[in-house]
Write a protein that binds this ligand. Structure first.
Ligand SMILES: Nc1ncnc2c1ncn2[C@@H]1O[C@H](COP(=O)(O)OP(=O)(O)OP(=O)(O)O)[C@@H](O)[C@H]1O
Ligand SMILES: [Mg+2]
Length: 297
């Protein structure tokens, strides 16, 4: 292609008035996800950031629900002793006898006995509660202690198209288990400057896991959350993210809205709690973007 043609294509895009998104790239119209005619084996994605309160759990629930709306069979793994994901889907984690903890610690426990269905069609949950906080210490003496979750999930990977693991805010052994079990990582990142600092250590951990435990692990993307278009601050954080991660930053950006907290109180994903809200559409768009990038079937 001659450079003339190249520039005229660019010109055409500009003439068509292609709207620039928060990442500074023109907004892509992602295709409708193809209809799946068969299911599994699942692609496993760890939602990781050792910083607390950046939107890991909110993104796990709502991306999961959006993928399920697109006909994907989804398992959400609560890998945080706080049990926020389980609670956010309507299970009372403290009333459960069998949780992910028992699956990890006792090989005789069948993972299928711990998995629960939810009110959201095509979404199951492997719940957690405070018991899981003991696992970190207890696993230290296990053989292949980093592969315990991977081994547990293997039994059900054929039942799902996507498995999302909601990690706790730490880079300890549980998170390393999630990174070892996963094909991909999504890094939710709140649009605040101090949040950028945590990322270097996270990337270092991911690289160590790639080196020693899981060479196939990919960074699927960095998801900017709690974006406020009115503030220069939010916009600057995104441009710094794009400088550091380039195309790895999802074009889809999640805006700050109280609706997510409201949906949590109702123990529902936003896609059902307020299905027409922009927040629901954002996670639907993220699901399409992830599928278009090959991050999910
Ligand atoms: N886009 C958003 N806009 C406004 N509030 C949000 C948004 N996303 C999440 N929140 C709220 O921010 C808080 C933290 O979100 P969330 O629990 O998803 O973060 P987290 O990374 O899982 O936290 P932790 O590290 O403690 O597990 C919650 O109260 C949630 O309702
Ligand atoms: Mg959480």
């Amino acid at each position: 292609m001659s450079s003339d043609q190249g520039s005229s294509t660019l010109q055409d895009t500009a003439d068509a008035g292609a709207e620039l998104g928060p990442t500074g790239r023109p907004l892509t119209e992602f295709p409708e996800p193809p209809v799946l005619t068969s299911h599994g084996p699942a692609r496993i994605i760890a939602m990781v950031n050792q910083k607390g309160g950046v939107g890991k759990t909110t993104s796990t629930i709502n991306l999961g629900a959006a993928l399920a709306e697109a006909g994907r069979r989804v398992l959400l793994v609560d890998f945080d002793p706080q049990g926020a994901l389980s609670a956010g889907l309507g299970t009372n984690p403290h009333e459960l006898d069998v949780t992910v903890y028992n699956v990890l610690m006792d090989r005789k426990v069948d993972i299928r006995d711990a998995i629960r269905s939810t009110d959201v069609e095509n979404v199951d949950v492997l719940p957690a509660n405070i018991d899981l906080s003991a696992a970190e210490v207890q696993l230290v003496n296990e053989v292949a202690r980093e592969q315990v979750l991977e081994r547990a999930l293997r039994k059900v990977t054929d039942d799902y198209d996507v498995i999302l693991i909601d990690c706790q805010p730490s880079l300890g052994l549980l998170t390393v288990n999630a990174l070892t079990a996963a094909h991909g990582v999504i890094i939710p990142l709140i649009c605040e400057f101090f949040a950028l600092r945590a990322v270097a250590l996270l990337v270092e951990t991911i690289e160590k896991v790639q080196d020693r435990l899981n060479p196939g692990l990919q960074v699927d993307g960095v998801l900017a959350t709690m974006y406020d278009a009115r503030t220069l601050h939010s916009r600057e954080v995104i441009s710094r993210l794009v400088e550091a991660f380039g195309d790895k930053v999802f074009e889809t950006v999640i805006k700050r809205t109280i609706k997510f907290a409201d949906a949590t109180v109702a123990a529902e994903p936003i896609t059902s709690y307020a299905g027409n809200h922009a927040g629901a559409d954002a996670y639907r768009r993220l699901a399409k973007e992830l599928i278009a990038r090959g991050g999910a079937p």
